[in-house]
Design a binder for this molecule. Structure first.
Ligand SMILES: C[S@@+](CC[C@H](N)C(=O)[O-])C[C@H]1O[C@@H](n2cnc3c(N)ncnc32)[C@H](O)[C@@H]1O
Length: 325
């Protein structure tokens, strides 16, 4: 178990027991999820979260939300702003927040139906559902909450739990084309977790938005955590103007500029990214971008390399604009 500083133990438990107090976790598998780094991150959160001087939380790249769920259960957060550019993700969050019981009914139905099928039938079920999901996409108004969102959110959770490696990826046209995974007992429905997550989301303003929106929304006494898409690994430290995930070096630069502006307003901020030095010692991209702030390198146990000798050498960078004890 990782060391947890005395002053960063759970609000619900005086004991350093990982099981007590904290149990709600992401309801979707999400690429770049921070579940493995939560204990490491504890050391880097601002003191003001513990002393309750900060009660507004912002996460503009929320993804699976591992950090939000963790923070919301440890500290006294009064309001949260959770944004992401992915509209299917945001739709699903909003449904979990607003209509969790109806969502559970749909998922219960999927779970029963799917588990009773043999391999071949499960495969047919998955691909039929995937086809429906893609065909319905044009009919969904992602800007206005409606009952049809509930069914879509159930389909999203089903596909996320049963697809290959939890690779929940959309192609450039917004289609979902990941094949079926080979899970014996996929956890299509986790009632307890969905209920807990829904409760935690009750304080959140959840929106499909570009990260820049945060700047317009920011209030005083705020903490922002950024987990932007990883910078693609490049052999040189040269400027990358194109990236497959749509988040370019110029986006990283814009983000750093916003980080600086919010810093000048006194907003506490923390950012993480993969360390480009994992692959190229001379790559100082983030060191340059955040040179006025504190940059830490923390070990990340991500198995992104099949070469066993390199598996241990993967770092993540953590940037803060405040002192860390
Ligand atoms: C590394 S993931 C976040 C992972 C998350 N912290 C977790 O634990 O699951 C990055 C997220 O940024 C989102 N994203 C990409 N470009 C964005 C943009 N311009 N504005 C806001 N979100 C964006 C992606 O949809 C993705 O969910």
């Amino acid at each position: 178990m990782d060391f947890i500083p005395e002053n960063k133990k759970f609000k619900n438990s005086p004991e350093t027991n990982l099981e007590i107090g904290i149990s709600a976790k992401p309801f979707l598998k999400w690429a770049g999820g921070k579940g493995q780094l939560l204990n490491t991150f504890l050391k880097y959160y601002p003191e003001e979260l513990i002393t309750k001087k900060i009660s507004n939380y912002y996460e503009p790249f929320v993804g699976g939300g591992a950090v939000f769920f963790d923070i919301a259960q440890r500290f006294d957060i009064q309001s949260a702003f959770l944004f992401d550019i992915n509209e299917e993700l945001i739709l699903t969050y909003r449904v979990v927040q607003k209509d969790v019981f109806k969502l559970i009914d749909f998922l219960e139905h999927y779970k029963k139906e799917y588990n009773d099928l043999n391999d071949k039938e499960q495969s047919d079920f998955f691909y039929k559902l995937r086809q429906d999901f893609n065909q319905q996409r044009d009919k969904i108004n992602f800007n206005r909450y409606s009952e049809s969102w509930i069914f879509r959110a159930a389909q999203t959770i089903f596909l996320n739990k049963t697809c290959f490696n939890g690779l929940f990826r959309f192609n450039s046209k917004g289609g979902f084309n990941v094949p079926k995974g080979r899970y014996k007992n996929p956890k299509i429905l986790d009632v307890q977790n969905l209920l807990k997550v829904s409760k935690l989301l009750s304080i959140a303003d959840i929106k499909k938005a570009d990260f820049k929106e945060v700047e317009k929304k920011i209030k005083h006494e705020a903490f922002v955590y950024y987990d932007p898409p990883y910078r693609p690994i490049s052999k040189t430290s040269s400027f990358t103007s194109y990236s497959k995930n749509g988040f370019t070096d110029s986006d990283q630069i814009e983000l750093a500029a916003m980080f600086q502006r919010l810093h000048l307003k006194g907003v506490k901020q923390m950012l993480s990214n993969s360390d480009p030095k994992n692959n190229n010692e001379d790559d100082n991209f983030f060191d340059e971008l955040y040179k006025s702030h504190r940059i830490f390198r923390v070990p990340a146990r991500r198995m992104i390399n099949s070469n066993a000798t390199r598996r241990n050498a993967i770092n993540e960078i953590v940037v803060t604009n405040y002192l860390v004890n």
